[in-house]
Design a protein around this ligand. Sequence first.
Ligand code: NAD
Length: 360
Amino acid sequence: MKILVTGGAGFIGSAVVRYLQSHTQHYVVNLDKLTYAGNLESIPESLQNEHYSFEQVDICDAVALDKVFNIHQPDVVMHLAAESHVDRSIDGPGDFIQTNVVGTYTLLEASRKYWMRLSGDKKSTFRFHHISTDEVYGDLPHPDEVEDELPLFTETTPYAPSSPYSASKASSDHLVRAWLRTYGLPTVVTNCSNNYGPYHFPEKLIPHVILNALSGKNLPVYGDGSQIRDWLYVEDHARALVKVATEGKVGETYNIGGHNEKRNIEVVKTICALLEELVPAKPQGVNAYEDLITYVKDRPGHDVRYAIDANKIAHDLGWEPEETFETGMRKTVQWYLDNPEWWQRVLSGDYQLHRIGENA
Ligand code: NAD
């Protein structure tokens, strides 16, 4: 099969590309605009082989998308390209509406025009897989506030997004469902919890804390750190996504989670404990990594708890996460310790030299 992955230079998209290239025979077309979040160095050169092509294209560019569909004739589209950082969406929502809403619409139209021209098996097996977030459901009661059994997000939880980011993703989910219902485009949607793991861009909580701790800088924690997130190891997620894209049922939604509900402060303290064990020689002036924790003003509209019920994908498609929070966090911290050249080139900006027009 030929799989077109949008956002394949991003954190989760690159994990999907690495998984497809190392565990399957499928041909991968990686389509990415290479924004600040896109990094082709997240795909080892050995995997950028004869089963792989890269197209630097903006999903808002209808003409360029038509060209890619005509040249590559994909069997499946896995749509991960997005603006993904909540804080950036609060500071500047425009890019989020443009890429996540207008871009998804433009990609749906390009896919629909292409799909309408197909015939036979190629038409009946075509899939458009939209990758989304559990943040579309809003937030859930926190254990500090309720004594009853705590609810989880299921595939039928009503949408109630809180941030410009989650509202833009909710809009894109609705567009995808409308293209199924109105035009019959064979779509499938997944909504997942917070991912973590190798090649995570340093602006996100876990890599930010690891890298700040290694250089003796403060470890900022929003509010009192009691917000709860369900953490999913990115390689478990990539495996789930390929399963859904190739075996999922048209019209269905699958929630994907790691069964790892943790308070943000627990996440930061886990990283500190792992670093105490793995890097006992600390930066000058630091007695304990935990001493670097600094509580900062909470994010506006901050959701208090997310938690996913992932029973449907387990039951229907036989997917379960392989990593626990403890094993996944250990692998993640070790990966950052073993791969300083990757994150140093991100921090210096050199990773962007791959972008067209900036490459000598
Ligand atoms: P990311 O920000 O790391 O990567 C996004 C990728 O999309 C980048 O490579 C970027 O260059 C590309 N991109 C951005 N705008 C584009 C455009 N206009 N045209 C083409 N490419 C463009 O994001 P991620 O963390 O890998 O997330 C991937 C998907 O998964 C997103 O749709 C996100 O909403 C969803 N998601 C992420 C998480 C998470 O924890 N990271 C959780 C739930 C859902």
